[in-house]
Design a protein around this ligand. Structure first.
Ligand code: ADP
Ligand code: ZN
Ligand code: ZN
Length: 714
């Protein structure tokens, strides 16, 4: 391998060769092994610097986490650091602290936390040692930027020099901004504002205050692709700070290329970008002058990473704010019960925005009791009439149904056969294809099969779709309202890059009369001309087994209901249900978050569920269900067999291993074991030992498992 030019540290030239001693470095590597790895380095290395080291027959990028006086293994067994990377200043201590906390809290090796937190080019050895490395990704980016700067400077300056003036805040918004601005040191401030109350404006003005002090703002959102409005607003607002016209904003999300991601990361890390707007991955970006963290829609499930390090970006944001001594703002119309409980116990400050910023009333919510009604393709006469009325008045209508595809299952009416995925314990969903014909698709493994011409069991040719998804609703509405322009927004219609933005902008431009969509349409959009929201099939979520289902349903319905009548009075929501007396619906009808939260928290308390208990979930996977269950049974016994290692086990409850609800996905059987405690420290202490024992046992049993702290779904 040829030595890249970046690899020799300038420091080495300053060191007197006579005094030079071999330095030992302890390195975190992204390998599925617990612990850290010691190496020898001929040149001095700082903590937080990245190095390239040999590992087995590979070369890996690692982060130096310590420079011990003596190595953990005999010095002669140590291998040498191949290169010290000095294209970046060392990662700062506060970043190392955040990573260390996440590693301990979520029970993952430090290297598996640290390296994935860096943009891919910074953690790939080949980006430095390959033939076309050309000094490494940072140098390459700098050269590209220098070239581009010469060409675009003049036009860019002119375009950026206009910033949008801020509207005058209403008194509630003013109070909220003042509360954030006067926060002393670390405080968590929950901004609870009804939909359309102008929370964004509160964030923007609080952020401005921080920027004027020369500090940075980290702005977390659940989704960026779906809500380009926010990015535009931030860009417009912060293109001028003081007298200076320049781009202060960096954006980070998974839709970016590796190069774009690296650039945003570097701009936040260097302090060049003052505002970092990003999805959950942005929570780990080191920022030298961070003064405020904002977590918008803090209740949103997207903040939870669902594989690898299963972290909650909201919870890490709160920890980071605490560690830095800076305020953290959590905003939502429907705060998570965890956050709301902190407010009730006085740990979080609370400000509320009770009215809509444009001074229009919240929409009226009507529950349509469908028990004795004749429905037409799932629509009650009331809802159809209301759609017609709104369309005649030139207003837009949103039909919300949280199920994509044409129909959730295909069914044989003579023998009762239903379409099932051969690889999963799940029905296959009927999808109409854009071109022609249909397909049966499994929403769990993604597998697709052709629609059979006849029933595979009895040969009957009369196969019928059962139930309805977005496609079928769209089809029905276009027959029923032939004049109306209809758009469908779901994961299928927005698969191509940029297509969601395009569809949403058509809605905003008034080129769409009826919008049919899944929860994708409920988030963040400020539709100006939307008068009616119709909700179909909400009942499907009512009796889900997960204890968080009612909370999630309530939040989702409040969100989608909040799209109605935002700019003009007379907004209306029609929710069809067979269970109009359910507390979730009653609370929705009264726009009563607090009432719902009180009811739900009481219930959680009486059942001893989070936030009144702390949980971890162990999931084992195997080709044989018995093997997965066997592993969990074994895991359940560790504390019994080795009591001394588990001093807190009396405070920890281990449930019986059970198969997952969807037990088989892609021919892998899954089972779970729930761990619960009333004491967070007792649980953490237990998990530290348990995760070690699990690792050893799983290697022996050759079984895959995951351990999730604070599981979102159980
Ligand atoms: P939320 O995020 O709380 O649902 P938004 O931030 O989308 O609400 O604001 C709702 C609407 O109110 C937007 O159209 C916004 O431009 C407008 N708005 C916000 N603050 C004000 C204000 N002080 N005066 C007038 N309009 C405002
Ligand atoms: Zn049949
Ligand atoms: Zn499947």
């Amino acid at each position: 391998m040829s030595a890249p030019s970046v690899a020799s540290s300038p420091l080495s030239q300053l060191t007197d060769p006579l005094q030079q001693q071999p330095a030992y470095v302890r390195v975190a590597l992204d390998v599925p092994l617990p612990g850290l790895f010691d190496y020898c380095s001929a040149q001095p290395v700082e903590i937080g610097q990245r190095v390239i080291v040999p590992f087995g027959r590979r070369q890996l990028v690692g982060v130096v986490v310590a420079c011990p006086d003596a190595p953990a293994v005999p010095a002669e067994q140590l291998r040498d650091v191949a290169f010290v990377l000095d294209d970046l200043p060392a990662l700062p201590p506060q970043w190392m602290e955040l990573m260390t906390f996440a590693s301990r809290y979520y029970q993952r090796p430090l290297g598996e936390v640290m390296l994935p937190a860096l943009p891919p080019p910074l953690r790939k050895a080949s980006a430095y040692t390959g033939k076309r490395a050309a000094g490494g990704p940072v140098k390459r980016l700098e050269r590209r930027r220098a070239k581009a700067a010469g060409r675009t400077e003049i036009t860019a300056d002119r375009a950026k020099a206009q910033s949008t003036p801020a509207p005058t805040l209403n008194p509630e918004q003013e109070d909220a901004v003042a509360r954030i601005n006067t926060a002393e040191g670390h405080e968590v401030i929950l901004v609870r504002g009804v939909t359309g109350s102008g929370k964004t404006e509160v964030y923007l003005q609080a952020a401005r205050h921080v920027l004027e002090r020369g500090e940075q703002v980290l702005f977390l959102v659940p989704e960026i692709n779906l809500t380009p409005q926010l990015e535009q607003a931030l860009r417009a607002r912060f293109s001028v700070v003081g007298d200076e016209a320049c781009d202060k904003l960096a954006v980070l999300h998974s839709g970016l290329s590796d190069g774009e991601r690296l650039e945003s990361w570097l701009r936040a890390f260097s302090g060049d970008a003052q505002v970092l707007l990003g999805t959950r991955m942005a929570v780990t970006v080191p920022m030298p002058r961070l003064g405020l963290i904002i977590v918008d829609e803090e209740h949103d499930a997207s903040y939870k990473q669902q594989d690898g390090l299963r972290y909650s970006a909201r919870d890490l944001a709160v920890w980071r704010g605490h560690n830095l001594g800076i305020p953290v703002v959590l905003g939502s119309a429907t705060p998570s019960l965890e956050s709301w409980n902190h407010v009730r116990q006085g740990r979080y400050a609370h400000v509320s925005l009770t009215r809509r910023a444009r001074d229009v009333a919240l929409p009226e919510v009507r529950l349509v009791d469908t028990r004795r009604l004749r429905l037409e393709q799932g629509f009650s006469p009331h809802l159809l009439k209301a759609i017609e009325t709104r369309l005649n008045e030139g207003e837009q209508v949103l039909i919300f149904i949280n199920r994509r595809g044409y129909a959730p299952v295909l069914n044989c009416s003579s023998c009762g056969w239903v379409s099932q995925c051969p690889r999963c314990t799940a029905y296959t969903v009927l999808h109409r294809l854009r071109t022609r014909g249909s397909r049966l698709q499994c929403h769990h493994c993604g597998g697709q099969v052709a629609v059979p011409h006849a029933c595979p069991t009895c040969g009957d040719q009369d196969l019928k779709p059962m139930g309805r998804g977005t496609q079928r609703i769209e089809e029905f509405l276009s027959e029923r309202f032939p004049e109306a322009r209809i758009a469908r927004i779901d994961a299928d219609s927005t698969r191509l890059k940029g297509s969601a933005e395009k569809l949403f902008s058509q809605v905003h431009e008034g080129e769409v009369d009826i919008l049919v969509g899944t929860q994708m349409v409920s988030k963040g959009h400020d539709f100006a001309n939307l008068g009616l929201v119709g909700v179909l099939n909400a009942d499907a979520m009512l009796f889900a087994q997960d204890f968080r289902a009612p909370e999630r349903l309530f939040a989702q319905l409040m969100q989608v209901a909040g799209r109605a009548g935002r700019h003009r009075a007379g907004g209306e929501v029609m929710l069809q249900t067979d269970y109009p007396d359910q507390p979730v619906y009653r609370a929705l009808q009264r726009h009563d978050y607090e009432g719902f939260a009180r009811y739900a928290l009481d219930e959680r308390k009486s059942l001893g569920l989070p936030p009144f208990a702390y949980q971890a979930l162990l999931v084992a996977e195997s080709r044989e269900l018995a093997q997965a269950l066997q592993f969990l049974k074994l895991a359940r016994k560790f504390p019994l067999d080795n009591g001394d290692a588990y001093p807190t086990q009396t405070h920890v409850m281990l449930y019986d291993p059970v198969p997952l609800r969807v037990v088989r996905v892609a021919n892998i059987e899954r089972a779970q074991l729930l761990v619960e405690s009333h004491s967070r420290p007792a649980l953490q202490h237990f998990l530290a030992q348990w995760s070690h024992d699990l690792f050893v046992a799983a290697r022996e049993a050759r079984i895959r498992y995951s351990l999730e702290v604070d599981p979102f779904e159980i």
